[in-house]
Write a protein that binds this ligand. Structure first.
Ligand SMILES: [Zn+2]
Length: 146
């Protein structure tokens, strides 16, 4: 936990980042880091002072330690087609399975085969953009209720 604010320097201080003095009357960034547990024991603090520019620099340096979130690449035309085909295939297969589960004259073997097919489609679509959010977990109960 840290509190950060800016104020005018009233007493010359040393910048934590560049170690140059922060002159009296110039703006500075104050950072108060709370030590101890959250809540009652938040008594002990460390206060750091920065030139405003240096505050940005150190923040950027910290930020660079973590890679920026990767944005998903748009699918190629080919992959996009594959994805659409898989979505259609999934819908028909799921419909067949639902009919089977609802007491159509399919055997257990048929149900297993359809389940496998759905899993297969899921695995395939994982490679072309990931499993759609709308696809529920593959369980007999979720298929029945749809
Ligand atoms: Zn500085």
């Amino acid at each position: 936990m840290a509190d950060v604010w800016m104020k005018y320097c009233t007493r010359q201080a040393r910048c934590k980042w560049c170690e140059e003095p922060i002159l009296n009357g110039s703006p500075m960034v104050m950072v108060k880091i709370w030590k101890g547990k959250e809540g009652i024991e938040r008594k002990y603090t460390i206060t750091l002072r920065f030139h405003p520019d240096c505050w940005i620099k150190q923040a950027m340096a910290n930020l660079d330690k973590e890679p920026p979130p990767t944005r998903k690449l748009p699918l190629s035309e080919e992959d996009s087609k594959t994805r659409k085909r898989l979505i259609r295939k999934y819908a028909t297969t799921k419909h067949r399975l639902k009919v089977a589960l609802d007491g159509g004259n399919y055997t257990g073997y048929r149900i297993d085969k359809l389940m496998c097919k759905l899993w297969d489609i899921r695995n395939q679509i994982e490679l072309v953009g990931g499993v759609p959010k709308e696809w529920p977990e593959l369980k007999e109960t979720t298929i029945r209720s749809q």
